[in-house]
Ligand binder design. Structure first.
Ligand code: 4AD
Ligand code: MG
Length: 432
């Protein structure tokens, strides 16, 4: 409405000028004849200073009524202020109240996690939650930059699928008119088809797992980035992954310094994340665990404590390669020299954040693929189209899936994935 609002993030371009911002009151402090308004507009925070002797009486009265999360238009002169966090302050000359908020439930005192989760729609306004969501957005931007610059095409696999990709135990079932359908666990199988059509592709979308595990690392609905590359082998796949993760981390370090500071993240730990990353085989990982007091037998899968113990030996993400064929997905290509292991790798993040990437070279031989279908009791009928990919110009190809939320948790240094996504879907939570 012709107000010409300035965003808080841009006030530095208006030093000593009068600007108006549309904002919410985050907090207010009074000391006699001066009031300090902590204002936020989503782009940042700024302190507005109201001096009784310097403003109209009406404005002094208005600011006396303000409550947390009241919405306002605030006009003032931008001052450079090296003591304040953002580097600027607003000498307030006008306050127009849009709405006085009464009894905002999230006060500056401590709240329990359940309470905050019930109020997630408001909780995301807090400086910490805002910082996390800004970093999440930057990670997504960096992901797209990385692949777009390298000639990958973005392809969108379907969300509703007739069959599973990662086993049948944690599928979300729904009716598709008269048929049965499942929410996608991974777009991979479709991305393999896309790679045969477009060469190098990646997807970015939501995936669903009805996992009954209540851990710090599991969401029911999470977002995955899934590149798939024709004519790319296991070893080359790892090189793409380490360059990709380094690129994403360094872009956050560069573009989101303020947000990382709000989260009190140790930035030196992130600066170290540069390719190449260490690689160990599953066999070596098993020996390492056994030598460090863990009961572990070859053939078992790693649990969170095992992954953490292995990751602690490194200050970069580590690849664990060549897992036993028996514990990995049906589509992974066996090592030609040792068919009891597959050409796969999990990337384990440092600092106990666990597996952030799962990837592999895929089986390209039609006979072996058919054999796997029998061993895994998969319906050949449901996957005819997938078998076609091995019948018509099959080529070596590889790909991987990066879990966005675990990556956000690691980069932000968070205890739990529930804060990494605007509205988390957890084992016992579908609200808000
Ligand atoms: O290791 P996963 O199951 O691999 C796949 O789905 C492959 N089809 C990917 C591919 O090759 N295109 O899952 C990949 C990643 C994990 O490493 C983890 O980061 C994340 O997805 N992930 C989860 N994140 C949050 N909550 C869950 N329940 C997750 N399950 C997997
Ligand atoms: Mg995995």
């Amino acid at each position: 409405m012709g107000r010409n609002l300035v965003m808080i993030r841009d006030v530095g371009q208006h030093i000593n000028e009068t600007v108006t911002i549309g904002c919410w009151l985050h907090n207010i402090r009074s000391s006699g004849k001066i009031r300090f308004l902590q204002l936020r507009d989503g782009s940042g925070f700024i302190q507005g200073v109201v001096v009784k002797s310097e403003v109209a009486e009406q404005i002094w009265e208005n600011t006396g009524k303000l409550t947390q999360e009241s919405s306002l238009y605030v006009t003032g002169v931008v001052r450079e202020d090296t003591r304040s966090k953002g580097g600027f302050e607003l000498t307030v000359t006008g306050v127009e109240i849009i709405q006085i908020a009464t009894d905002y439930p999230i006060t500056p005192k401590e709240h329990g996690v359940d309470f905050l989760m019930d109020h997630r729609h408001l909780w995301i306004r807090s400086p910490r939650q805002r910082a996390i969501l800004v970093i999440r957005a930057q990670i997504i931007q960096a992901v797209q930059e990385f692949f777009d610059k390298r000639g990958f095409h973005l392809v969108d696999p379907p969300i509703l699928t007739p069959s599973s990709c990662e086993g049948t135990t944690n599928l979300f079932h729904t009716k598709y008119f008269d048929e049965d359908a499942y929410l996608t666990q991974s777009g991979q199988l479709y991305m393999e088809a896309a790679a045969m059509a477009l060469g190098k592709v990646y997807s970015f979308g939501p995936t669903f797992r009805a996992e009954k595990s209540k851990t710090r690392r599991h969401l029911i609905e999470f977002w995955m980035i899934e590149p798939e590359m024709a004519f790319v082998t296991h070893e080359e796949n790892l090189e793409v992954q380490e360059q990709f993760v380094s690129y994403v981390v360094q872009s956050v370090v560069e573009k989101c310094r303020k947000e990382l500071e709000v989260l009190e993240r140790d930035i030196t730990k992130l600066e170290r994340i540069q390719a190449p990353f260490p690689r160990i085989t599953y066999d070596e990982a098993v020996k390492f665990l056994q030598n460090n007091g863990h009961e572990f037998t070859w053939g078992e899968d790693f649990g969170a404590p095992h992954e953490t113990a292995i990751a602690e030996a490194y200050d970069k993400p580590v690849f664990i390669t060549h897992y036993p064929t028996s514990i990995k997905a049906f589509y992974m290509k066996p090592d030609p020299n040792r068919p009891e292991v597959v050409l796969c790798a999990d990337m384990i993040a440092p600092e106990g954040y666990g597996e952030i990437i799962g990837g592999s070279q895929r089986i390209d031989d039609p006979e072996l693929m058919e054999q796997r279908f029998q061993e895994h009791e998969l319906s050949k009928e449901a996957y005819q189209w997938y078998l076609d990919l091995r019948r018509y110009g099959s080529v070596p190809h590889s790909g991987f899936g990066l879990g966005l939320e675990r990556t956000v948790a690691w980069i932000c240094g968070l205890d739990h994935v529930r804060e990494t996504i605007p509205f988390p879907r957890l084992l016992y939570r579908l609200y808000p």
